[in-house]
Design a protein around this ligand. Structure first.
Ligand code: SF4
Length: 213
């Protein structure tokens, strides 16, 4: 149960991977969210589409999953949009999806996937971390259908999509996560990352002492 004192992790109890990923945007924003008791994040369009495709799939190549565990002493939970299963039922890949006109992969996507990888595979060998970014709903469905029917995980791209694939590496994932989790362990104060573009779209833009707008 979340308490009122101690580190941010102790106060919240279980940290959603989306909050850790959010530190790549601005850690101070995440900190302000924790002071409000966390943020209820609704499933976006891409996630809803992905889950529909996953549910429709009959071969069990793709399935939705939630994973939780401790990473460097911090209890964390992640819900990848899909997992890719091998014929023996082992997990070959974990993935996320998004609909973005720019087809950009953000640092927060990579943080989320590496954290999910640590929860699924730990310090051992793993599979692939997959990010599907599509420019439209129809294109996302097409890419997911292709991934679902072939079960093949390889980077690719087209006019309306980008499929990013990274081979899971536990050491690299820990290198990425360790400095971010220091905040949750209460080892240092939150770091603001002010910029006009970020603070301009931040819900705390008007009240944050570090705001650039
Ligand atoms: S206003 Fe800017 S510095 Fe403050 S929390 Fe938001 S993004 Fe971070």
């Amino acid at each position: 149960m979340a308490g009122t004192g101690g580190s941010p992790a102790e106060r919240l109890g279980l940290i959603p991977a989306s909050m850790v990923a959010g530190q790549a945007f601005c850690e101070y924003k995440v900190h302000l969210e924790t002071l409000r008791g966390g943020v209820a994040r609704s499933a976006g369009l891409a996630r809803r589409i992905t889950r529909r495709v996953v549910i429709r799939d009959r071969r069990g190549v793709l399935a939705r999953a939630s994973v939780l565990g401790e990473v460097l002493g911090v209890p964390v939970a992640a819900s990848p949009d899909f997992v890719v299963l091998g014929s023996d039922g082992s997990i070959h890949g974990v993935g996320r999806s998004a609909i973005r006109g720019s087809l950009r992969i953000f640092e927060s996507d990579i943080v989320y996937l590496r954290l999910a990888g640590l929860l699924v595979w730990g310090r051992g060998d793993g599979g692939r971390l997959v990010m599907v970014v599509a420019g439209s709903e129809g294109c996302l469905k097409e890419v997911l259908d292709g991934l679902s029917s072939s079960g093949r995980i390889a980077p690719s791209g087209g006019e309306c999509y980008r499929l990013y694939v990274e081979v899971y590496d536990a050491g690299r994932a820990l290198d990425t996560l360790a400095p971010l989790l220091e905040y949750w362990r209460g080892l240092r104060p939150p770091r603001p990352s002010p910029s006009r573009s970020k603070c301009g779209v931040c819900p705390f833009g008007a009240e944050c002492e570090f705001s650039a707008v």
